[in-house]
Design a binder for this molecule. Structure first.
Ligand code: NAD
Ligand code: UFG
Length: 336
C-alpha cells in the first residue's frame, strides 16, 4: 500500500516508517520539522533499506496536502503530526487546538475529497484523564485535564462523527501509553529539545552526565514504592502496533479505539534501577512533591488489541533501557 505518514520524521513516526518500509509499503511523509530534523529521512531509508518521499509542509496547508494526494495514490494515512507537550499546551492552548484539532480537520477534509478513507490516529492514554481505576479499558469514561489531552479527546470525537456521516471510513484510534527506547541500531530515537519533561529522556541525561539529578515527583502514591507507576512500551513494539492497525483498517470499515501498552506498570524507582543496570551508571535523584495533574497508576488493559489487532508488546523494560542508552551513546559518538 502507499501510506501517507504525517509527522513521519518524529520519534514514533520514524520508527513506524522503518517498519512500513520493511513490510514492503511505499511511504510518503509530510512533516513541518517543528520537532524533528530532515536528516532523519536518510536514516529511515538506511534502516528500511528502501527510499521514500519526503514533503516538508504543514498539515494545515491544504494546498500542500492536495499536491501530495494529486501526485500519489494514497491508500491510507497514519497521522502522527501534532504538538505533544502537556505543560506547553497549558501556556499555549490556541497553538495546540490550531495545530492538533484544526490540522486534523484539514487532513480529513482532503482525505475525503480524494476518497482516501483509511486512517490510523495517534491518540493517547491521556484521554483516560484522572481516572486511576487501572487497568484502563477502551470503553472506560474519557476526560481530560489539560489542552493537549483535550485535543486528543476532541479529535477522537470528530473522527466518531466523521464515521457516523460516512460509514466507508475505517479508523483506528491508537491510545499510546508511555513509549520509550530506540531502534536497536542506535541510529534513531527520541531527542527532545532542551530539558526533557518525560522520565526516560531525563534519566538518560542524568546517566550521561548532562543533567545533575532527577527529581522524582512524589513518593506517597498508593503504589509498590510510593512513586508513580506507568506502562512503558518499547518504541519498536509500538511501531509494530501501527502495522497491525493498518491491516485492521485495510480489512474493514468502522471506528475502534485500541490501547497500545504492555499491560504492566513500573514505578519511577523501578525504572531508575533498570536504567542504572542497563547503562552501568548511577542515576542521582531526589524526591520532590507530586507534579500537578499526575495520577498514581496508569497502565493498559491489552485484551482488545490482542483479540482484534492480533498484536501484543514483546520487549521488556531492560531492553527498553538498553536501547535508549545505546541511542544516547551513539549520539555522543556521532556528535564528536
Ligand atoms: P514528535 O514531536 O517526535 O513527532 C511529531 C512530528 O509531527 C514532528 O516531527 C513534528 O515536526 C511534526 N508536526 C507537528 N505539527 C505538525 C504540523 N502541523 N504539520 C506537519 N508536521 C507536524 O512526537 P511523537 O512522540 O513521535 O508523537 C507522535 C504522536 O503521538 C503525536 O500526535 C503525539 O501527541 C502522540 N503521542 C505521543 C506520546 C509520547 O509519549 N511520545 C504519547 C501519546 C501520544
Ligand atoms: N516523573 C518524575 N520525574 C520527572 C519526569 C517524570 O518523577 O522528571 C514521573 C512522573 O511523575 C510519572 C512518570 O515519571 O509518574 C512518567 O512521567 P512522564 O512525564 O514520562 O509521562 P506521563 O505518564 O506523565 O505522560 C506521558 C506523556 C503524555 C501522555 C501520557 C499518557 O508525556 O503526553 O504519557 O500516555 F499523555
Amino acid at each position: 500500500m502507499k501510506i501517507l505518514v504525517t509527522g513521519g520524521t518524529g520519534f514514533i513516526g520514524s520508527h513506524t516508517c522503518v517498519k512500513l518500509l520493511e513490510a514492503g509499503h511505499q511511504v510518503v511523509i509530510i512533516d513541518n520539522l517543528i520537532n524533528s530534523k530532515k536528516e532523519i529521512v536518510a536514516k529511515i531509508e538506511i534502516l528500511g533499506k528502501k527510499s521514500m518521499e519526503f514533503y516538508e509542509g504543514d498539515i494545515r496547508d491544504v494546498n500542500r496536502l492536495e499536491e501530495i494526494f494529486t501526485h500519489h495514490n494514497i491508500d491510507a494515512v497514519i497521522h502522527f503530526a501534532g504538538l505533544k507537550s502537556v505543560g506547553e499546551s497549558v501556556s499555549m492552548p490556541l497553538e495546540y487546538y490550531d495545530n492538533n484539532v484544526n490540522g486534523t480537520i484539514q487532513l480529513l477534509k482532503v482525505m475525503k475529497k480524494f476518497k482516501c478513507k483509511k486512517i490510523v490516529f495517534s491518540s493517547s492514554a491521556t484521554v483516560y484523564g484522572m481516572n486511576d481505576n487501572v487497568p484502563f479499558e477502551e470503553d472506560d469514561p474519557l476526560s481530560t485535564t489539560n489542552p493537549y489531552g483535550a485535543t486528543k479527546k476532541m479529535i477522537e470525537e470528530i473522527m466518531q462523527d466523521l464515521y457516523v456521516g460516512d460509514q466507508d471510513f475505517a479508523i483506528a484510534l491508537l491510545r499510546y501509553f508511555n513509549p520509550i527506547g530506540a531502534h536497536p541500531s542506535g541510529l534513531i530515537g527520541e531527542s527532545p529539545n532542551g530539558i526533557p519533561n518525560n522520565l526516560l529522556p531525563y534519566i538518560a541525561k542524568v546517566a550521561s552526565g548532562e543533567l545533575e539529578e532527577l527529581s522524582v515527583f512524589g513518593d506517597d502514591y498508593d503504589t509498590i514504592d510510593g512513586t508513580g507507576v506507568r506502562d512503558y512500551i518499547h518504541i519498536q513494539d509500538l511501531a509494530e502496533g501501527h502495522i497491525a492497525a493498518l491491516n485492521y483498517v485495510q480489512a474493514q470499515s468502522g471506528i475502534e479505539a485500541f490501547n497500545l501498552g504492555t499491560g504492566e506498570g513500573y514505578s519511577v524507582l523501578q525504572v531508575i534501577h533498570a536504567f542504572e543496570k542497563a547503562s552501568d551508571q548511577i542515576v542521582k535523584y531526589k524526591v520532590v512533591p507530586r507534579r500537578s495533574g499526575d495520577i498514581g497508576s496508569c497502565y493498559a488493559s491489552t485484551q482488545k488489541s490482542k483479540n482484534i489487532l492480533h498484536w501484543e508488546a514483546k520487549l521488556d523494560l531492560p531492553t527498553m533501557c538498553l536501547d535508549a542508552w545505546n541511542y544516547v551513546q551513539n549520539g555522543k559518538k556521532v556528535n564528536k
